[in-house]
Design a protein around this ligand. Sequence first.
Ligand code: SF4
Ligand code: SF4
Length: 305
Amino acid sequence: MLEIRFHGRGGQGAVTSAELLANAALIDGKYFQAFPSFGPERRGAPVTSFCRISDFPIHLRTSIYSPDIVIVLDPSLLNAVNVTDGLKEDGILIINSQKWPEHFAHNQKIDTIVTVDATAIALQVLGQPITNTILLGALIRAAAPVKLSSITAALKKRFDQRNADLNTQAMQKAYHETKVLHLHDCTTEEKNLFGEAFAAVELGKPSQPELQSQWTDLEPGLVINSPGNSKTYFTGSWRSFYPLLTKERCIKCGICWILCPDAAYTQDQEGFYPVDLNYCKGCGICAQECPTGAITMLQEKEEEV
Ligand code: SF4
Ligand code: SF4
């Protein structure tokens, strides 16, 4: 049995990924399960989904605690969630990243690290940063749990013709552009070099500014124990895109300030509305609603997330 865990953010399609994979397993004549686990149900919040695939009936009814494969749909999650938690030593870690797998290899005890720049492919082929089907291309390349043709058939069942074609095109592009590093093929000297040659991040150790909390620090039952305490939560760690203001176009109407769901805007002494990126989760509502087009959403650089 193969157990796969997806890490994404609300709106990125982690749940759909697991369902598409399960559908492909069905087409291949295998047994399967697919199910999600939500934290706060809002766009941008970390979401986990799971898929089991087996040649035999599956009797387990638990979450997946020791996955064979972990797929990370958003590189900003590497600093927010312990994505390698429980990943088996012969496991595969697949990351949506512009970087080579070696960048993530320092101190890793897993077998295979895979990267693909899924966001770039998504923007190029789909016109929006939804990376779920693209990561499935990388999964097929790294582990082939189902046939590529079966995923294509599952896409046709799920989407209309145009979107099925676009997603198939994006998935096939990812299949060819995926970079795979097998750590068991590397010597100790080579493994040591990874840490020196690349500014490697240590996976599994979330970093966050001091004195700020994350949604995982909320009390059970989401008890609000003091007024205005949302200021202590670092919702900016959820962000893949950030807003950039072009002051020359701003007419100081305050619509961005009114509509931002995270109160990330304040008014300065000149009457402009600067954004505090500690609280911006990158939903893009301000850019969508600004009447003069003064706000542009830009993709975060990986080094900054
Ligand atoms: S909505 Fe646009 S024009 Fe209005 S204050 Fe915000 S940035 Fe300026
Ligand atoms: S993208 Fe704009 S509306 Fe959304 S959280 Fe950030 S500042 Fe607020």
